[in-house]
Structures are given as C-alpha cells and as structure tokens.
Design a protein around this ligand. Structure first.
Ligand SMILES: [Zn+2]
Length: 93
C-alpha cells in the first residue's frame, strides 16, 4: 500500500490515537498504524478501527474521567476475552 497523497511507501508504526466520545477524550496508546515516510499521513486499517470502536463502546462505562488513557494491546486482550465468539454471543451484535 502507498500513500494516496504523495505515493510514497508506508511504514508500520504505533501511535496514540485520540477519540472523542460525547464530552470525553480517550487516548488509545500503541495503536498499530501505517505511516507515510514522506508526508506523515497516518492510515489505520479498517479492522483496527472496528476494534477501537468496540473498545470505546466498552470503555465508556469503565471510568468517568473526562480524559482517559488506555493501551490498545491491553484493551484488545480484554475485548477478546469478553467478546470471544466461542464464549459470548454478544460478539455478533
Ligand atoms: Zn504521503
């Protein structure tokens, strides 16, 4: 895959992604992204975006601080335990 803006190579990287949820800001650390080595444009895979949305859906009940820092890998593990298709039919909803 190449950058749609400058056609340069993308490099695997991890980045802190900021998401807003109502009045709250949630920073997700260590999100796997592809970043353009030339212009710095960040690309996030659809599956990662879906995972982040699942995390946010769960996180919003976890802590009522206005600003929250979470770790992608930790949340991914928790999500996987909670929403693993073999154990929990919530995964299909
Ligand atoms: Zn670029």
């Amino acid at each position: 895959m190449k950058c749609v803006f400058c056609n340069c190579e993308l490099k695997k990287h991890t980045q802190t992604i900021e998401r807003r949820l109502k009045n709250r800001i949630i920073y997700i650390n260590n999100v796997p992204v592809d970043i353009c080595i030339s212009c710095g444009e960040v690309y996030i895979d659809d599956s990662i975006v879906t995972e982040m949305n699942n995390m946010l859906n769960r996180i919003q009940f976890k802590d009522l601080n206005n600003v929250l820092f979470v770790d992608f890998n930790e949340e991914r593990e928790t999500n996987f335990k909670l929403f693993s298709p073999q154990q929990n039919k919530l995964a299909t909803t």
